[in-house]
Design a protein around this ligand. Structure first.
Ligand code: SAH
Length: 390
């Protein structure tokens, strides 16, 4: 079967040659005779093939490159078999983990997270939206998942002309698993997730391994800033730290309290703005042995990079000032628009202003079930530094 072809402009061809998987509509010289969501073959201006893409008829991104061969006999089957490969790559990952990470797994527009017996799925393009039932059937046969939640409440879907919604796509036949309260046991902890109203797909699984590593690195009196439902706090408390968790969201802290109780852990909660609380602690002479800074993305767009950099510097500067000599910092940025070098420069400036001698002992990223594409550096969004301050 031959696919409809989409011809690129010379600029689009140059971009594709560099390996970036996204084709902007402005880089299309001749659109394909195709419906949104179809597979199309990309044609370079010299007539050669540039690979197989999924096509969208709305939004800035006209097509996204897949690893499929133009010679495939059945594109639908070949696309589904990429799901098998993605799931196989997660062998050995904990009970809550990412099973499919979009472009980096060759499945543009598909995010799948597993929470024990449940899956939380995001179909972000016309191509994955249209194939949701087949994708979910394949995922269920591979994982035995009993519940599937569709977390399609993501803004990028609007660019594709798709509605924003969340729903229970597959309910548990026995009615035993409540998607709003899924229990997962991992790392010696009982972790409940609300797949319907939790952030992202229900939680932040990209930090999974960093939480375990942080619990080994940090000791003593710890302050977990931007705690959300306590991913870091619970691991630290289980490892023996005395933890104060700070978040401005009451519901997030209520959930943290529930999760602490589930594990018989004692965690002090502070429903505060981190910026204000760090300032107040400094004024009051409160000091800590360990601080975690895991804020939301402060630089959400290219235009917001400078303001974001200032916000990161502010919390890092104040955090460093609160550390006792030899105290340890775990500092994170999930802003795709701030690269690793920029993040370290920010920490250097914070260290200089705080007049602290700061030694970086480990540089980390998202868990290995969140692979990044080397040709799309912005997919390497999560930067985590483990540091010690004298
Ligand atoms: N550390 C968490 C994830 C943090 S998500 C984990 O390991 O899962 C970011 C959190 O920051 C959200 O819970 C949000 O409520 C909180 N937040 C955002 N701005 C804040 C502020 N200025 N002060 C306190 N909390 C804030």
């Amino acid at each position: 079967m031959s696919l409809p072809s989409l011809t690129l402009t010379p600029k689009g061809a140059a971009r594709l040659r560099k390996g970036h998987p996204w084709i902007y509509r402005s880089d299309v010289a001749a659109p394909p005779a195709a419906r949104g969501g179809d597979f199309v073959s990309v044609r370079l201006p010299d007539g050669r093939s540039g690979g197989v893409c999924t096509f969208s008829d709305q939004g800035q991104l006209a097509a996204r490159l897949t690893p499929l061969s133009v010679d495939a006999s059945d594109f639908e089957a070949a696309f589904l078999s990429l799901v098998d490969l993605a799931v196989a790559r997660r062998a050995g990952r904990p009970a809550a983990c990412r099973l499919v990470n979009g472009d980096a797994d060759g499945l543009p527009g598909l995010i799948v997270d597993r929470y024990g017996p449940a899956l939380s799925v995001q179909c972000l393009t016309q191509a994955t939206d249209r194939r949701r039932a087949a994708l979910v059937a394949r995922l269920r046969s591979l994982t035995g998942a009993r519940v599937v939640v569709a977390r399609d409440d993501v803004k990028v879907r609007a660019f594709e002309g798709l509605p924003l919604e969340k729903s229970v796509f597959v309910a548990d036949a026995e009615g035993a698993i409540d998607p709003a309260d899924v229990l997962v046991e991992m790392h010696g902890l009982r972790l409940r997730y609300d797949l319907l109203s939790g952030q992202k797909t229900g939680g932040f699984l990209d930090q999974t391994d960093n939480r375990v590593a942080a619990a080994a690195f940090l000791h003593g009196e710890a302050l977990d800033c931007f705690s959300y439902d306590g991913g870091f706090s619970l691991h630290l408390a289980a490892a023996g730290c005395r933890v104060t968790a700070v978040d401005s969201s009451g519901p997030a802290l209520a959930r943290l309290a529930q999760r602490a109780a589930d594990n018989g852990l004692d965690i002090t909660l502070a429903e505060e703005n981190v910026f204000d609380l760090l300032r107040a602690y400094e004024r009051d002479g409160r000091r800590f042995d360990a601080i975690v800074l895991d804020p939301p993305a402060f630089a959400k767009s290219r235009d917001a990079v400078e303001a974001g950099r200032r916000a990161y510097k502010e919390i890092n500067l104040r955090g460093l000032k609160l550390l006792r000599p030899g105290g340890r910092l775990v500092t994170c940025s999930c802003s795709a628009h701030m690269d690793r070098a920029g993040f370290e420069t920010m920490l250097a400036e914070a260290a200089a202003d705080a007049r602290r001698f700061v030694r970086v002992v480990e540089r980390r990223s998202a868990a290995p079930d969140h692979p990044t594409l080397v040709t799309a550096p912005e997919t390497d969004y999560l930067k985590v530094l483990f540091a010690e301050a004298h």
